[in-house]
Design a protein around this ligand. Structure first.
Ligand code: EPU
Length: 304
């Protein structure tokens, strides 16, 4: 059965022959045959159910940050969750619960929190991507992590819908504690009510630090490697003399060495070669093996 038959009768947009470089912050990635774009949680649930029943492999795409997609594209279906973007603020001071769906842009949520005077997301200012992706990878900076404010998440696991409370997730550094294949539909976040001006001041301060230390104006996937315990991967890569190292159009940023930037027509192949070289240099000099933070997608849609 082909995909159009499998999804017959569902009110869902299907995009064909999409170039994934148009969907990633790194601006890298080949073609995918089908991209399914549900507009609400119920439809997304039904899509996942039907794909599973028909044994169609799929990859969940949110904001496309923190992700490296092969130049030759991918063979599975892409489930694009950007249409799931409802937000509701429930309860009142001193703290509220924010219900937000996975496709909400993290920065949309951060600026809403600023305007409404809701504290807890200040350190996440400037991080690209969707809320679902941020929770999946427990995004963070400046000592903040999204899991600090998560109360519970509503997911599909092996096709079954379930609500998981934060205390039942074994999350950690850059890891939301979910399983490969889980689809996050929405998240409930607990935020503290405070004066908007206070939040704004903090966000401006963090954003200024980021602008000074990170190449925010060039396409990248964010930090490439995880920080080893007690160390900064960027500092080690810098000390290993890798700043400015280039393969094709991919360069180790001269601003922050844990960012690899796309100078134009960058390719995934070059990105991987640069990762290998940087890892080898750091290993040789410091005897520390760097681990990727970004998700590296294979053509068959497994991620490493
Ligand atoms: N440093 C260098 N050279 C560099 C980069 C950093 O010497 O090229 C030095 C800095 O001068 C500083 C130290 O290393 O003394 C730490 O640098 P920084 O404050 O930039 O923090 P980081 O550990 O490199 C982490 C996160 C970032 C997050 C920042 C700010 C990881 C892998 N990195 O970087 O997160 O934005 O702290 O809180 O956890 C990401 O996860 O994608 C990411 C960018």
């Amino acid at each position: 059965m082909n995909l159009l038959e499998i999804l017959e009768g569902l009110n869902v947009e299907i995009r064909e022959q999409e170039l994934l470089k148009d969907y990633t912050t790194l601006k890298i990635g080949g073609m995918v045959r089908y991209m399914v774009v549900p507009e609400d949680v119920q439809t997304a649930t039904e899509v996942v159910k039907r794909l599973r029943e028909s044994s169609v492999d799929f990859f969940v795409l949110g904001g496309g940050s923190n992700l490296l997609v092969p130049d030759s594209g991918i063979e599975c279906v892409v489930l694009l969750l950007r249409g799931l973007k409802n937000i509701q603020i429930l309860g009142q001071a001193p703290s509220v619960v924010v219900y937000a769906e996975s496709g909400v842009a993290l920065q949309g949520l951060v600026s809403l929190a600023m305007k409404q005077g809701l504290s807890g997301l200040e350190g996440l200012v400037g991080i690209p991507g969707s809320l679902g992706g941020a929770v999946f990878g427990n995004a963070g900076a400046f000592g903040y992590e999204i899991m600090n404010v998560v109360e519970e998440i509503d997911i599909l696991r092996k096709g079954s819908r379930m609500v998981i409370k934060k205390e039942d997730l074994s999350y950690g550094y850059r890891d939301g504690g979910l399983l490969e294949g889980d689809v996050i539909l929405s998240t409930r976040l607990r935020l503290e009510v405070t004066e908007p001006e206070r939040i704004k001041r903090k966000m401006i301060e963090y954003l200024n630090i980021k602008k000074q230390t990170q190449p925010l104006d060039e396409p990248s996937a964010g930090c490439v490697f995880k920080n080893p315990p007690g160390e900064s991967a960027g500092r080690l890569i810098d000390l290993a003399g890798c700043k400015g190292l280039t393969k094709g159009d991919i360069q180790v940023s001269t601003k922050h060495a844990n960012f690899f930037v796309n100078k134009g027509q960058g390719r995934a192949e070059d990105f991987i070669a640069l990762m290998d070289e940087v890892r080898e240099r750091v290993l040789r000099i410091f005897s520390i093996e760097l681990e990727p933070e970004i998700r590296i997608l294979t053509k068959g849609c497994t991620s490493k």
